[in-house]
Design a protein around this ligand. Structure first.
Ligand code: DHE
Length: 517
């Protein structure tokens, strides 16, 4: 976007060169509402409200609308809208809504739907597939989910999901139940023994992701709108605790993501609008649901202190935001970065403070980072959303030991304990149909695949034994392509409607170092 455009647009904002409000609302409906929601409350794209746009200054918002946003589904509208129309849209999205819809504990409780109670579910699987080698495949093309047999590669069950599922599927520790979250706030639970839905609940208006506790008792949900964390009882999806996310300074924040940290018996969340990490312990929690107790969290506690009641919140204050983060295998260290940050930061979770900066420019996609052993030392590898490279970082010295040049910026990376290879996609740019296979022993690319010329090939997941790698062709006439993980030969192609991600039960419940947790 040229400087001239910026000047015209900023001038339009400051001097009120106006477009009639009705025309701006029409432009919003025509170009934005499909993704960002009719009332700017979010959908496939995030909510566009001043409360959620605090980190995006108006000139930067002009640029995003004109040119699109890297690493998201947001396209540029510079060729469809005039500079003045874009400026008017910016004004429109920063205007407070007369009233922000409330999504509090009453609305959450009222939204809960139980499809099949415990007595309606069988004792044992009704199918003959290995229950721990099933895959949950999210087909974003028509908002469906397919449960795939990881041995025969036959689809076993296909059902309609909520709108715009995002983030990894999460399983109960025994692998029997899968939990899915949609961008519009629904958490849904399905039974993989009987292939039946169990229950659903709407935890927010615009949600981020969910995590299941290592003991299988709790589900934590992270929201963008409202600014809250919600704890559910995993068995019933009944809400247990609603936590408004308010930082030390009194400011509220969206939640970047929440994960479970099994060795710590806690959920760990990073916040997007305030530089804090929150850790919610689920160790020794009493039975709050059994007593019908719903705890409302009281903000105002100090750093190092805990609030009271179940799931006490421990606050770790940082000097930069964390948009994206992941953990080493021991969960002793959190490695995180801000999307616009120059460096990543390492937080020691035991002492509760930053212990190192790491070289991570180029917008690392840490959520899909992996760890493995290289020449006797533990390393992590992460793709970058803006850089055609994979960074490999020593988890002891926190130094980059190699930048592996790729054919374009990538989104996802995967490996498995039983394979010497890590697979990564090229997600952006002219080579988006390529996938690289990296030898973990040499850190060299040993093979580049093009499963469907011209179509994005992305997101790899391995079978339980690591013998096969499944790749998505991100197209409405797409597919899952099954590769032999040793010979890299294609074994099977299963038609799918834009299969965004696939999650193997065993790899997820064992927190395999090669997969997302
Ligand atoms: Fe994702 C996982 C954040 C855009 C597909 N994405 C995640 C997770 C986070 C995240 C924090 C981990 C959640 C979990 O598994 O519990 N994603 C973000 C963003 O900040 C970003 C860049 C902007 C946004 O729109 O929110 C973003 N993500 C996208 C997309 O545009 C993708 C490609 C298409 C889509 O469906 O929206 C996309 N994200 C995915 C997928 C996963 C994911 C498939 C699960 C990866 C896994 O293997 O676990």
């Amino acid at each position: 976007m040229g400087k001239f455009f910026l000047l015209v647009a900023v001038t339009a904002i400051f001097f009120g060169l106006s477009v009639p409000a009705s025309a701006t609302e029409k432009a919003y409906t025509e170009h934005c509402s499909e993704c960002h929601g009719a009332g700017r409350l979010g959908g496939m794209g995030p909510a566009l409200l001043p409360e959620n746009l605090g980190r995006l200054k108006k000139p930067a918002a002009l640029k995003v609308i004109a040119d699109g946003r890297a690493a998201t589904q947001m396209p540029g509208y510079g060729d469809k809208l005039t500079d003045t129309e874009i400026a008017a849209l910016v004004e429109y999205i920063y205007k407070p809504l007369p009233e922000i819809p409330v999504w509090g504990i009453d609305e959450i409780i009222a939204s809960r739907i139980v499809q099949n109670g415990p007595t309606e579910l069988p004792e044992a699987p009704i199918h003959n597939a290995d229950p721990l080698n099933l895959f949950t495949v999210v087909e974003t093309g028509d908002h469906h989910v397919t449960i795939l047999d990881g041995d025969s590669f036959e689809p076993l069950w296909r059902f309609k999901s909520r709108f715009a599922l995002h983030g990894g599927a999460k399983y109960s520790p025994d692998g029997r139940f899968v939990y899915l979250a949609s961008r519009d706030g629904w958490v849904s639970k399905y039974d993989l023994y009987s292939f039946r839905p169990v229950a659903e609940i709407r935890v927010g208006i615009n949600s981020r992701n969910i995590a299941v506790s290592a003991d299988g008792r709790w589900v934590a949900a992270a929201n963008y709108l409202p600014h809250s964390l919600v704890i559910l009882e995993a068995a019933t999806l009944k809400p247990v605790k609603l936590i408004p996310v308010i930082g030390k300074s009194g400011k509220s924040s969206r939640v970047s993501a929440v994960y479970t940290a099994p060795p710590r018996n806690s959920f760990i969340a990073a916040l997007k609008d305030i530089p804090e990490i929150w850790e919610l312990s689920y160790e020794d929690n009493p039975e709050p649901v059994a007593t019908g107790l719903i705890h409302n969290y009281q903000p105002g506690f100090e750093e190092g202190e805990f609030d009271h009641g179940p799931f006490p919140v421990r606050r770790i204050v940082l000097d930069d935001y964390l948009d994206d983060f992941f953990f080493d295998q021991s969960y002793a260290h959190l490695i995180g970065a801000a999307r616009n940050g120059k460096n990543g930061q390492v937080v020691n979770m035991r002492v509760g403070r930053k212990i190192a900066d790491i070289e991570l420019a180029g917008m690392p996609h840490l959520g899909s980072g992996i760890t493995f052993e290289y020449k006797g030392r533990a390393v992590m590898a992460t793709p970058h959303l803006k850089d055609a490279a994979i960074s490999v970082i020593d988890l002891h010295t926190w130094k980059t030991i190699k930048r592996i040049e790729t054919k374009g910026p990538g989104f996802f990376m995967r490996s498995h304990d039983n394979t010497p290879y890590a697979w990564t996609d090229v997600f952006f740019g002219p080579n988006k149909d390529l996938l690289h296979i990296i030898d973990k022993r040499t850190l060299e690319i040993v093979k580049t695949l093009r499963p469907a010329p011209g179509k994005t090939g992305a997101h790899v997941e391995f079978t339980r034994d690591g013998r096969f790698a499944l790749v998505s062709i991100w197209d409405v006439n797409g597919a899952l392509v099954v590769y032999d993980a040793a010979t890299f030969e294609e074994v099977k192609r299963i038609p799918m409607n834009k299969p965004s991600g696939k999650y193997n039960v065993f790899n997820k419940i064992t927190y395999s170092s090669g997969t997302s947790h």
